[in-house]
Every structure is written in structure tokens, then in C-alpha cells.
Ligand binder design. Structure first.
Ligand SMILES: Cc1ncc(COP(=O)(O)O)c(C=O)c1O
Length: 368
């Protein structure tokens, strides 16, 4: 019997928490609390405490969180900044928007930056590293911070997909000079639109980031400390996120349960490589559950025709996007992975029956 398994299911979450969502909306609308109000302040404090940083600064997207970080750290024309191509384009875009030059290194089979490839691309022009904690799995931050210390490099952690994930007991976004999150609806913690955050322990950076997000204003609307942008996390989004954050730990546990169902159900089927299993020093939150197959495209077509929504992130790695002028990078693992990966539905509201249907459908594909 065929059914539909959605890749994300926002209406289902709304139905489950309708009263709480509606209460937030009513509170914000009846109070007229729209911009830089106490709900944002509360939410920033909670995230900073959860992540383990002194500050968390709400901005309007993960993209802006990356760019404002890069700008606050002073990346400029002539500088080189190391990152990966197996990421959302915004990671690389933050470097380019500052006029700096992206230097792309390959990833390993866990989809994250190959930390053994970093040192060979460091030059006197290198100013920073942007590791991406992809799919809710932390990078090896010991190695990255060791290299950053050795070569005096700034580190921005792109934890857009990794709120809650840990490396050796420390949460993503608490290692680098800054770390960022995205609150795009499909993310670990998603709002009803766009949202982002920058975390830092540095007083000076925090002040700069606050100024950048609000046209140079920090303590007073009359004193402009610098030219900036208008990229605040709206108070309504902050209030929604704050309400949803009450469920966050439970939702992470549910994602980990679903991942375990997939791990067990998909092991040994066809040529499938299941989502990488993390060693004990990692705590994964499963923003995505990614499998690999050489028959990826046929499998995707079969899943979709059987009612299972899946996503390919990303079929074309950033350096292979013709318009971006980065095709001189040779990244064999990234290129192989992009031809094989596919993300299965995983979110707290997904039922065990739905996950079993996904597994059965994949099993049936390989029986054909
Ligand atoms: C790894 C990564 N970095 C950055 C971003 C950008 O976040 P946003 O969509 O909130 O701008 C995303 C979002 O897709 C992402 O997955």
C-alpha cells in the first residue's frame, strides 16, 4: 500500500502545538513587541547558555550570521579563508562577500572537512577557517583549533545544521571566534520564516555584531557606531523559537531514535552506505539522515514515485557551480559524494510507521 511520507511536515507540528503557537502570536501582536524586544533578549540568553558562550546575537538568517562574522573578523580582499565545497553556498558566499578568496578543501566520508588537508593549503595570506558541522555532526574541532592557534587563524563555525551537536562534550559554535546557527524552517530549530544567530565569547566581537545587525546602533538609537546592515532576528520569530526551544532536547532524542531505526533497517541493503556512525567523542543531532548509493538517481525516482519525499544535498558541489568561478578546485571525495548522497525524511513528528515505510520502499527497490 502506497502512502506519502513528507520530507518536512510543518502543518503537523503546528497542529500538535497549536495553542502554544497561537498564544505566542497573540502575545506579540497584542503587546506590539516587534523589534529588539525582551523576547529576543530572552531567547539570545537561553541559546548562549545552552551553547556555552558568553553571547548569542540574533540576526535574520544563517547566511547573514556567517557574513557578519566574516566582516567582524576583518576578512578582506587579499585574504584567503579555508572551507569546504560540500556545503550550502552561503558558507563560501560569506568569504566572497568580504572580498576575500575562498580556498576549498575536500571532505571525508563523514561529509565534514578533511582536517588532514587543511595544513597543505595554508599560505601567508590565510586568515581563517570556516568548518561546517554538516548534518548535525561536529567537525574534529581539536585539530581545527590546533591549526588555528599554530597559524594565528580566525575560526567561524558554520553550525547552521548543528544546534545541540557536541564534540568531546562541548557544543558546536562554542569553539571558534564565532559560531552560527540557522533557524530556517527545516533546521533543528526552525521558525516560521528566516532566522539566524551568532555565538561568541569575545566582548568586542559581540558589540560589533550587535552594531552590524542594526545599522551601527547598540546602546542608543541616536549614536551610530559604524555603518551596518539591517538584519535583526524579528521579535516574533524569537518568541516562536523560544517557545519551541522548550521541546528541543526531546526533539533531538526523537531524531536520534529515528536515525537508529534507519541504521538498523537499512544495514546491508543493496550497495547502500548508511549515514556515518559517530565515534563516542561526538554527539550527533541528525539534522539530516544521509545515505549513499551508486544507484542514487534511480533510487530517488523510485522513492518519489512511492510517495517518499527525499532531498539531494547537494547534487552539484559549490566548486562545480559554473557561475561561481571556483572550478579550479579538485575535490574528488566531494565530487563522488555529491553523485551518491540522498537525505531521507527525519524530523521529530515522523512516526515509526513512516520510517518503516521508507525502509521497506528502499528494500523493495533493491529487490527489483
Ligand atoms: C551549512 C549551512 N550554512 C549556512 C546556511 C544558511 O542558513 P540560512 O538559510 O538561514 O541563511 C545553511 C542553510 O541552509 C546551511 O545548511
Amino acid at each position: 500500500m502506497s502512502k506519502t511520507v513528507k520530507f518536512v511536515n510543518y502543518p503537523k507540528q503546528y497542529k500538535m502545538l497549536k495553542k502554544e503557537f497561537d498564544n505566542v502570536f497573540e502575545e506579540i501582536m497584542s503587546g506590539g513587541d516587534f523589534i529588539l524586544r525582551r523576547h529576543l533578549d530572552n531567547f539570545e540568553k537561553r541559546i548562549a547558555e545552552y551553547v556555552g558562550t558568553k553571547y548569542a546575537i540574533g540576526v535574520n538568517t544563517g547566511t547573514d550570521a556567517l557574513y557578519l562574522s566574516a566582516h567582524a573578523l576583518g576578512f578582506k580582499p587579499g585574504d584567503e579563508v579555508i572551507t569546504v565545497a560540500h556545503t550550502f553556498v552561503a558558507t563560501v558566499g560569506a568569504i566572497v562577500q568580504c572580498g576575500a578568496t575562498p580556498v576549498l578543501v575536500d571532505v571525508t566520508d563523514d561529509f565534514n572537512m578533511d582536517v588532514n588537508k587543511i595544513e597543505e593549503v595554508i599560505t601567508p595570506k590565510t586568515k581563517g577557517i570556516i568548518p561546517v558541522h554538516l548534518n548535525g555532526h561536529a567537525c574534529n574541532m581539536d585539530k581545527i583549533m590546533e591549526l588555528a592557534g599554530k597559524y594565528n587563524l580566525k575560526v567561524i563555525e558554520d553550525a547552521a545544521q548543528a544546534l545541540g551537536a557536541k564534540y568531546k562534550g562541548k557544543r558546536c559554535s562554542s569553539f571558534g571566534d564565532t559560531g552560527i546557527f540557522s533557524f530556517y524552517p527545516a533546521k533543528m530549530l526552525g521558525t516560521a520564516g528566516d532566522g539566524g544567530m551568532v555565538c561568541t565569547n569575545d566582548d568586542g566581537l559581540a558589540r560589533k555584531l550587535r552594531a552590524f545587525r542594526d545599522n551601527g546602533r547598540v546602546d542608543s538609537v541616536e549614536v551610530i557606531e559604524c555603518f551596518g546592515w539591517c538584519t535583526r532576528l524579528d521579535n516574533l520569530h524569537a518568541a516562536l523559537l523560544d517557545m519551541k526551544f522548550n521541546y528541543f532536547d526531546k526533539w533531538v532524542e526523537r531524531r536520534r531514535e529515528i536515525a537508529e531505526l534507519y541504521n538498523k533497517g537499512l544495514a546491508g541493503i543493496g550497495d547502500i552506505i548508511i549515514h556515518p556512525r559517530a565515534a563516542s567523542e561526538y554527539f550527533d543531532v541528525y539534522q539530516n539522515y544521509v545515505i549513499r548509493s551508486k544507484k542514487r538517481n534511480e533510487l530517488v525516482a523510485y522513492l518519489r514515485s512511492s510517495g517518499v519525499e527525499v532531498l539531494i544535498s547537494w547534487p552539484t558541489p559549490v566548486h562545480k557551480q559554473k557561475a561561481l568561478g571556483l572550478s579550479h578546485f579538485k575535490l574528488p571525495v566531494t565530487e563522488r559524494i555529491s553523485a551518491e548522497v540522498l537525505s531521507l525524511p527525519i524530523y521529530p513528528e515522523l512516526t515509526n510507521d513512516e520510517a518503516e515505510y521508507v525502509i521497506d520502499t528502499i528494500r523493495n527497490f533493491f529487490k527489483k
